[in-house]
Ligand binder design. Structure first.
Ligand code: OXD
Ligand code: MN
Length: 608
C-alpha cells in the first residue's frame, strides 16, 4: 500500500518524519496479505538472504542465517528509559530518555539509505477485542515484515480499526546498515555492531525504538517489546497483567475443561508444555499460546487469559517428534527457519531433532558440516537459539478458543525454571500472595535464549526478568494488588511452582518430563477440583507421594525425592534470597514478600 492510503493523519506524519530522518529509498505500507508475504520472501531468496527449502520436505518454507553477533535477544543492550532511573528499577538497564533519544536519533539518521521503509500496522490480540493493543512498526527489514505477518495480525483491518485518530504504540526499527549507491547486502544478514545495538523502551511515552539487530525479540517489536515490556506498564496502569506465559487447555476424561497458564524462562519448555501429548489415558492438552498471555478480570470475577500472538517463535534444538510432535507439525510448512542446519536435499536439521544428520549439512554459519558423534566438542550445526517461526493455525493441538477476544478463564498459574536440585517437582501456594512470593523467587539455570548472561542460576521472577518494563519491586506490588482486587478470593487461579528438571547427584534426570508432565497437570487439575491428595509442608501444599501416577522408570524412591522438602537446600535458598536477591529492590520490595520469606525460613528451621 502507498503511504497516501493512510487516513490517520498522526500516523502518516509520524511515518513521514521518520522517513525524513532515516532517508529510505521507498516507503511501503504493509497489508499483511499472502501475496505481500510471498513477494518479500521471493525477494529475499533472490538476493541470497534466504534459502528456499525443498517443497517436498518443507513446503512454503525458507531458511535464514543471521550474523553471528545477532543470534538472540541482547539484554545488555536493552533499555527501559524511564524518566527516572528508579522507574526502571534494578533489573533493567537505564539511560536518561532524552540522552538515549539523542544518541539513537543520530544512529537512525540516514540508516535506511538504499533500503525500503516498511510500515507494519499490527494488532496484539484479536482485532476488535476491547483488550487488544495496536502498534505500528516501521522497519527496513523484509525478514522482520515476514516474521511479523506470521506472529501478529498485520494489515488493512488494523489500519481500518485505527480510523482517523486511533491510538497505537509507535515502534521504530532499523537494522542499522545503510547501503551506499548501488551497494547490496550480497545475501549477508544486515545488522550493526554490538555496541551500536539498542533495544529501547520509553515507558512514559509508550514508545519503542530498536536499532542494529534484526533478530527475534530485538526486532519483532510486537512480541517482547510491546506485548511484554510496554504492556506491563499499560497493565500496571489499567489493572491487568501482561505475562511471559503459555496458555493451555486441559480436558479430563469426563470432558471437564480447565485452562492453565505457565511462566517459565526463555528456552525452558513453554512450547513443549503448551503442545504436550499426555501419557495418561484420555487426558487432553490443547494450545492457546506458547509464550505470552494477557490476564485480566472478567465480568464474573474470574481471571481470563488472552493469547496475543498468531504464531510460534520456537527454539528449534531439542524439538523432536518425541519431545514436541505438535511443534514439528506446526513448522512442517509455511515456516521461517533461522540459524538451523540445512541438509543436502533442502530440509532442516538441528541437534535433538531425534535422528542423526542424514549426511553432510550446511551449518548455521553457512559452512559444510559433517556430524562427528564421537566428538563431544563438535560445534553444533544449528545455533542453540535457532528458531522456527510457524503460524499458530498449523498446530494440530490449537484450541478452538485460541483467538477468543475475551480470553479463557484461568484455573491455575504455574511458575518454574530449570533447577537441578532443591525445588520439588510441584508445590502449590497457599493463596495468591504466597503465589506471588513463589513467582518472585523463581530461578533457573541460564539458557541460550539470551546472549549475555553468565552461567549459573539466575533469579527470573515470574520468568519476566528481561521483560518487566518498570521497577520489578513495583511489579511485585502490582501482582499483590491484582490479587487483592478479586471480588471473591476463591475465584482466583491457584498458583503452583513446578520443576521438571531435577537431577540425581550423579547428573541423571529424576523426572522424564515432556508428555509425562501431564501427570503433574492432572494433580494440578485435581487441586482445582478440590479432590487432590495433598500434604501441608513448610514450603506450601504438596502432593502425597502416591498422589501423582508414576511414569515408567520412575521408582517410588525417585518419587519421594521429587516430592520431598529439602530443608537444608531451601534454607540455603532463603539465605541467597535474603542476602543476594531481595535487597536490590530496596523500598520497592513489598513488605508482604519479605514477611513470607521470614515465615518460610522459620517454618524450615522448625522442621529441621
Ligand atoms: C522468546 C524468548 O523468544 O523468551 O520467546 O526469548
Ligand atoms: Mn519467550
Amino acid at each position: 500500500m502507498n503511504i497516501n492510503e493512510i487516513k490517520h493523519a498522526g500516523l502518516k506524519k509520524w511515518v513521514e518524519d521518520f522517513a525524513a530522518l532515516t532517508t529510505p529509498d521507498k516507503i511501503y505500507v504493509c497489508d499483511g496479505s499472502k501475496a505481500e508475504y510471498d513477494g518479500l520472501i521471493d525477494m529475499m531468496v533472490e538476493s541470497g538472504l534466504a534459502t528456499r527449502l525443498n517443497p517436498e520436505k518443507k513446503p512454503g518454507s525458507v531458511l535464514f542465517r543471521s550474523d553471528p553477533s545477532d543470534v538472540a535477544r541482547v539484554e545488555k543492550r536493552t533499555y527501559i528509559a524511564s524518566e527516572k532511573k528508579e522507574g526502571a528499577g534494578p533489573t533493567n538497564n537505564w539511560i536518561e530518555p532524552h540522552e538515549l533519544k539523542k544518541t539513537m536519533t543520530e544512529l537512525y539518521r540516514g540508516s535506511m539509505k538504499g533500503r525500503t521503509m516498511y510500515v507494519i500496522p499490527f494488532c496484539m490480540g484479536p482485532v476488535g477485542s476491547e483488550f487488544a493493543k495496536v502498534g505500528v512498526e516501521i522497519t527496513d527489514s523484509e525478514y522482520v515484515v515476514c516474521n511479523m505477518i506470521i506472529m501478529t495480525r498485520v494489515g488493512k483491518q488494523v489500519l481500518e480499526g485505527l480510523g482517523k485518530d486511533g491510538y497505537f504504540v509507535p515502534c521504530y526499527h532499523s537494522v542499522g546498515k545503510p547501503l551506499a549507491e548501488g551497494e547490496s547486502d550480497h545475501g549477508i544478514w544486515p545488522c550493526a555492531d554490538m555496541e551500536h545495538k539498542y533495544i529501547a523502551h520509553f515507558p512514559e511515552t509508550r514508545e519503542i525504538w530498536s536499532y542494529g539487530s534484526g533478530y527475534g525479540g530485538n526486532a519483532l517489536l510486537g512480541k517482547k517489546c510491546l506485548a511484554l515490556r510496554i504492556a506491563t506498564v499499560l497493565a500496571r496502569d489499567e489493572g491487568w497483567l501482561a505475562e511471559h506465559m503459555l496458555i493451555l487447555k486441559l480436558t479430563n476424561p469426563e470432558g471437564k475443561v480447565r485452562y492453565i497458564t505457565a511462566a517459565f524462562p526463555s528456552a525452558c519448555g513453554k512450547t513443549n508444555l503448551a503442545m504436550l501429548i499426555p501419557t495418561i489415558k484420555d487426558w487432553k492438552v490443547e494450545t492457546l499460546s506458547d509464550d505470552i498471555a494477557w490476564l485480566r478480570y472478567g465480568k464474573d470475577g474470574r481471571i481470563y487469559a488472552m493469547a496475543v500472538e498468531t504464531g510460534f517463535f520456537g527454539v528449534a534444538p531439542g524439538t523432536s517428534a518425541q519431545s514436541n510432535y505438535n511443534a514439528l507439525a506446526a513448522a512442517s510448512k509455511n515456516t521461517i527457519f533461522t540459524n538451523v542446519g540445512l541438509t543436502e536435499d533442502g530440509d532442516v536439521w538441528w541437534e535433538g531433532i531425534g535422528y542423526d544428520a542424514p549426511g553432510p549439512l550446511t551449518d548455521w554459519h553457512g559452512n559444510k558440516w559433517v556430524q562427528d558423534k564421537g566428538n563431544k566438542e563438535q560445534a553444533p550445526a544449528a545455533h542453540p537459539n535457532s528458531r522456527f517461526t510457524a503460524p499458530a493455525v498449523q498446530c494440530p493441538t490449537l484450541a478452538k478458543e485460541w483467538d477468543d477476544p475475551k480470553g479463557v478463564p484461568v484455573s491455575a498459574i504455574l511458575f518454574g525454571g530449570r533447577r537441578p536440585s532443591t525445588i520439588p517437582l510441584v508445590h502449590m501456594a497457599r493463596n495468591w500472595t504466597h503465589g506471588t512470593f513463589l513467582g518472585s523467587i523463581v530461578g533457573s539455570e541460564v539458557t541460550a535464549a539470551t546472549l549475555d548472561v553468565a552461567s549459573g542460576i539466575r533469579r527470573d521472577p515470574m520468568a519476566m526478568k528481561p521483560f518487566i518494563g518498570y521497577n520489578a519491586g513495583d511489579y511485585f506490588q502490582h501482582w499483590l494488588d491484582v490479587g487483592k482486587a478479586a471480588k471473591d478470593q476463591s475465584l482466583l487461579p491457584k498458583i503452583f511452582y513446578v520443576n521438571w528438571f531435577r537431577k540425581t547427584a550423579d547428573g541423571k534426570w529424576l523426572w522424564p518430563g515432556y508428555g509425562d508432565n501431564s501427570r503433574v497437570l492432572k494433580w494440578i487439575f485435581e487441586c482445582c477440583e478440590g479432590t487432590a491428595k495433598t500434604v501441608d509442608t513448610p514450603i506450601g501444599i504438596m502432593p502425597t507421594v502416591d498422589a501423582i501416577d508414576r511414569p515408567e522408570g520412575v521408582t517410588e524412591a525417585d518419587m519421594k525425592e521429587l516430592l520431598s522438602v529439602d530443608v537444608d537446600g531451601w534454607l540455603k535458598e532463603c539465605d541467597d534470597i535474603r542476602k543476594n536477591y531481595y535487597p536490590q529492590f530496596g523500598d520497592h520490595l513489598p513488605k508482604e514478600l519479605s514477611e513470607l520469606l521470614d515465615t518460610l525460613e522459620a517454618k524450615l528451621k522448625a522442621a529441621k
